[in-house]
Design a protein around this ligand. Structure first.
Ligand code: CAA
Length: 382
């Protein structure tokens, strides 16, 4: 495991919990100590919640060793990199891995926002490189996105899928596109929530409570603090650079908080944890919730299916196991395609954002003689 920050330490814990010997590598002793503390805190919580016994916790932590020397991974079967989202740093690590790792070693990156192909080519053996994208908190979320590039060998893809299954997680296979499946749907939703808050349309509590009432385990603003504002902004930047959809440009408030070093839970201050209380909204638009956030998200879900990037089943698995959100196609079925379309048409009329245009697939579903049956048929597609 290269990099023992929030995600790296979480992945190390998952590997060790599944009985693997984990060689943890980070830049210096301070980084290793932070990583060890993250594993101790998380396994402590797992113990408190009766997820593991004290003996299992001891065995798990003893399976992880800590190193500052890269050569420690020379004999590893799999190397997973989870350093911060910096392309040059990741490329230099993959160049090093190409030199020190065995030729048959599976090389994986946990990046959520950088092109995996750009990282893979730096290794000189891009056929052995995949993305394995875990979700935060890694020990809790059951999903891992396995990302193949145009250069990934089928054997490396199979090995990655098997690894994820062995860890007790569920993989979904994705192409190397901005956001993969889950973040491509999640981060635009988070950005939209941040915009409502920034623009004073509703209070933070109103936004988060409305989305919790809609069945999510936490509100979008609390989730931004959990994921990290830096990670959220990087993921949005990558999406924006690929889609040129203005809705994907990180809102000014998020960008400013990142510049200020307020990155969320990991730094103690973030979007919810701000030093100054915000003034009450001038025009309270909280009555538009949860539709203002939910309907564009469902519309994006339909568009992702429409373009053939993911099936309804893959999207449902992704959102429910990656983020513990309700399965989007269950929500669509509950609300009904016609009601979702009508609401989205209103949103599009108000925003005039091309990205808010109702998806063709949503229009087709709503126009079907029996929309519920059309939706059931769509969900059965392989
Ligand atoms: N180890 C093992 N299990 C743990 C644990 C730990 N350290 N911490 C919590 N759990 C378990 C609990 O035992 C509980 O399990 P059951 O459901 O089986 O009872 C479950 O996790 C949830 O526990 P709580 O409700 O007590 O959780 P909490 O309030 O401490 O934490 C949360 C809640 C798990 C964070 C939950 O709110 C959640 O899932 N939120 C959504 C998080 C999300 O969306 N993550 C994905 C973000 S996107 C991302 O990461 C990708 C990216 O690239 C940006």
């Amino acid at each position: 495991m290269i990099g023992l920050g929030t995600m790296g330490a979480g992945i190390a814990e998952v590997l060790a919990a599944a009985g693997r010997t984990v060689i943890g590598v980070d830049a210096d002793q301070a980084a290793l100590d932070r990583g060890r503390t993250i594993v101790e805190t998380s396994t402590g919580r797992a113990l408190e919640r009766d997820k593991i016994t004290a003996d299992q916790r001891t065995a798990l932590t003893e399976r992880i060793s800590y190193h500052t020397d890269f050569a420690a991974v020379a004999d590893a079967e799999v190397v997973i990199e989870a350093v911060s989202e910096n392309l040059e740093l990741k490329r230099s690590i993959f160049t090093r891995l190409g030199e020190v790792a065995r030729p048959e070693t599976l090389l994986a990156t946990n990046t959520s926002s950088l092109p995996i192909t750009d990282i893979a080519v730096a290794s000189g053996r891009a056929d052995r490189v995949v993305g394995v994208h875990f979700f935060n908190p890694a020990p809790v979320q059951r999903l891992v996105e396995v990302v193949k590039t145009v250069l990934t060998a089928p054997s490396a893809q199979t090995q990655a899928l098997e690894l994820v299954n062995d860890l007790g997680k569920t993989p979904i296979l994705c192409g190397d596109r901005a956001g993969f499946v889950v973040n491509a749907l999640l981060v635009p939703y988070l950005n939209r929530a941040a915009r409502l808050y920034q623009d004073g349309c509703a209070t933070a509590a109103q936004i988060d409570e409305a989305m919790v009432a809609a069945g999510n385990p936490m509100g979008p603003l609390a989730l931004i603090d959990l994921v990290g504002l830096d990670v959220t902004v990087s993921a949005l930047d990558r999406m924006y650079s690929e889609t040129r959809d203005r809705r994907h440009a990180p809102v000014a408030l998020l960008a400013a908080l990142v510049s200020a070093g307020r990155l969320g839970r990991k730094t103690g201050q973030g979007i919810l944890l701000q030093a100054e209380p915000r003034p009450a909204p001038l025009i309270d638009r909280s009555a538009e919730l949860p539709d203002a956030l939910l309907l564009p998200y469902l519309n994006d879900v339909c568009r992702m299916v429409e373009i053939g990037y993911a099936t309804p089943e893959v999207i449902d698995t992704g959102m429910s196991l990656g983020c513990r959100m309700p399965r989007p196609f269950d929500v669509l079925a509950d609300l009904g395609p016609a009601a979702v379309l009508a609401g989205q048409q209103q949103i599009f009329a108000a925003t005039a954002e091309p990205g808010d245009r109702p998806a063709l697939l949503l229009e087709r579903l709503a126009a079907a003689p029996d929309p519920a049956a059309a939706l059931t048929e769509l969900r059965a597609m392989a």
